[in-house]
Design a binder for this molecule. Structure first.
Ligand code: 2P0
Length: 323
């Protein structure tokens, strides 16, 4: 059998995905737009092996339960018409479960490695659809740079596509407010937001419009609008979450402190925009020329807790062996 290793990078949504109209197929209520990042990624090796009696899964060398990856591998087995179980070994270069969407890089890498190891040659759209079945945000991590996940109506029409990069030196700073695991999974909170937040229908209408506005702003190289739409999508997502029952927020006082610094930077003429995901960390979208000034502003409160990154590459196979 062949062991295949694939690398996929995580992504940060500029226009967020929050809520599924079909939890089984992971079909979202809205389109989303994201930036794949260069410095956070997952390497996953998959080998199907007729001698195995069940799938095995290790993360950073430690054995893990397989209840999430076996149904995913079943999709690959079905498609490739094989029955062998698989060894899956992942190494994560993403702070796990801290709102940096490690599930995005994880399922994008698994989709690519498992499909190739099973003998399939899927194109990007087919890979994106497959990755979607593992985790919504993984749909977009098949691509480098910018991508848009079209919400679609069914399994065939819900996939991401690459968007052209604007003529801008985009950069992102990640302020690690808290690198520990999050208190509630995004999957569970997302479902509760859809079920209980009275603001959810407004979120869908507005975010769907924002996705289209973002595509236009990107193609116009209009960074002020790109940044504004980015911050608005995040704030509106968190407001919708806060209004659910029970009320909840991922934010901590330090999240607000970082956001206040971003707003002050903007008041001083520096193009910096905050976006927060399913965790307290703050990501700052900017242009690379301004990174030194932003780092300086963050220094007093967040010394040694800021990572700077830039657009990253598409998912790719980085190794394979015949054994
Ligand atoms: C996103 N997030 O667009 C949004 C914004 C977090 C906030 O996608 O249930 O791990 O596996 O589809 O993709 C994080 O949730 O959730 C996420 P599932 P996922 O990036």
């Amino acid at each position: 059998m062949t062991a295949i290793t694939a690398r996929a990078h995580t992504n940060i949504a500029l226009i967020k995905y929050w809520g599924k109209k079909d939890p089984q197929l992971i079909l979202p209520y809205t389109d989303s737009v994201s930036l794949t990042l260069n410095d956070f990624y997952t390497d996953t090796t998959v080998e199907f092996d007729d001698a195995l009696t069940a799938d095995t899964f290790s993360l950073d060398g430690a054995a893990q339960p397989t209840k999430k990856i076996t149904p995913f591998l079943d999709l690959v087995r079905q498609r490739a018409e094989i029955t062998a179980f698989a060894h899956v070994d992942s190494v994560n270069h993403v702070p796990t479960a801290a709102g940096l969407a490690s599930s995005a890089s994880a399922y994008a890498a698994l989709a690519l490695a498992a499909s190739r190891a099973a003998g399939l040659q899927l194109n990007e759209i087919a890979l994106s659809r497959l990755a979607r079945r593992g985790s919504g945000s993984a749909t977009r991590s098949i691509y480098g740079g910018l991508s848009i996940w079209h919400r679609g109506d069914d399994d065939a029409t819900s996939f991401a596509e690459s968007l052209p990069m604007p003529d801008l030196d985009l950069a992102m700073l990640v302020v690690l407010v808290d690198a520990g695991p999050k208190p509630i999974s995004s999957r569970n909170l997302m479902a509760n937001t859809v079920a209980t937040s009275p603001y959810y229908p407004a979120w869908v209408t507005h975010n769907q419009k924002a996705a289209q506005q973002m595509v236009s702003a990107l193609s116009a190289n209009d960074f002020a609008t790109i940044g504004h739409l980015t911050e608005q999508s995040s704030m509106q997502m968190h407001a919708t979450i806060l209004a659910s029952d029970p009320a909840f927020t991922y934010w901590t006082p330090e999240t607000l402190k970082a956001w206040a610094i971003v707003k002050q930077l903007r008041a001083n003429g520096i193009p910096a925009y905050a976006t927060m995901d399913a965790g307290p960390n703050v990501k700052i979208l900017t242009l690379s020329d301004y990174v030194p000034q932003i780092l300086q502003a963050l220094q007093p409160d967040f010394a040694d807790r800021v990572l700077t990154t830039m657009p990253g590459p598409a998912a790719q196979v980085i190794g394979g062996t015949h054994v």
